[in-house]
Design a protein around this ligand. Structure first.
Ligand code: PGA
Length: 240
């Protein structure tokens, strides 16, 4: 399986910085890297359309989409709109959405069903908090999130899972390779699928990427902070 290197830009950048970052990333993807990795970048909504027009080889995705398909839902962006402008992926259920925007598993499943119907590949995020890990509940928490967030009829083709321990996101802390291996094996069993990509996310950086990406059942990374610097993003891909 080729590794999927996904960049979650979150709410960062400007039109100009987005253009420059895409140009630097694409210039840096050597044939060797392209043979080992697929790429997707997820810029903020306003920059998606120009990103789609600019990219030559990498995919573009949204960071979220609406529960609804169209209509009077002020401020929302639907999965079919993302598809319409040329996006092929959407991140759903990121812990920041769950934490700050009160997203639930059920809501994530509704969004994912819409996204699949619109032809998008979903990157569905799961992961425990620090307190849940301290209580030894990480597996039950993740199992419940998977059960609740995956829509009926999901397939290995339209769904990617991102395991992101909440305490590792943007904190510089990463799970140990052993913990990652255990959780990814657990997720693989829960999914009952050998071909679904399972990404790791949470403070993935050039310095730890080689070890993480070599861990069994780690099929790529969902990268936040380090995806905003072409050099770091590409080093992570090189490590794969
Ligand atoms: P981070 O973010 O790499 O900055 O920890 C990962 C993510 O939130 O997807």
């Amino acid at each position: 399986m080729k590794k999927l290197i996904a960049g979650n830009w979150k709410m960062n950048g400007t039109q100009d910085s987005a253009r420059a970052l895409i140009e630097q990333i694409e210039t840096g993807i050597t044939p060797e890297i392209a043979a080992a990795c697929d790429f997707v970048i997820c810029p903020p909504f306003p920059y998606l359309s120009t990103a789609v027009k600019q990219v030559a080889t990498i995919a573009v995705g949204g960071q979220d989409c609406s529960f609804y398909n169209n209509g009077a839902y002020t401020g929302d962006v639907s999965a079919s709109m993302l598809n319409d402008i040329g996006c092929t992926y959407v991140i759903l259920g990121h812990s920041e959405r769950r934490q700050y925007f009160h997203e639930t598993d059920e809501g994530v499943a509704t969004k994912a069903a819409n996204a699949h119907a619109a032809g998008l590949i979903t990157i569905i995020c799961v992961g425990e908090t620090e307190a849940e890990r301290e209580q030894g509940r990480q597996e039950s928490v993740v199992a419940e999130q998977l059960k609740g967030s995956l829509p009926k009829g999901w397939t290995a083709e339209n769904t990617v899972i991102a395991y992101e321990p909440v305490w590792a996101i943007g904190t510089g802390k990463t799970a140990t390779a052993q913990d990652i291996a255990a959780m990814h094996a657990f997720i693989r069993t829960q999914l009952g699928s050998d071909t679904t990509r399972i990404l790791y996310g949470g403070s993935m950086k050039p310095g730890n990427a080689a070890e993480i990406l070599a861990t069994p059942n780690v099929d790529g990374g969902l990268i936040g902070g380090a995806s905003l610097k072409a050099e770091d993003f590409l080093s992570i891909a090189k490590a794969a």
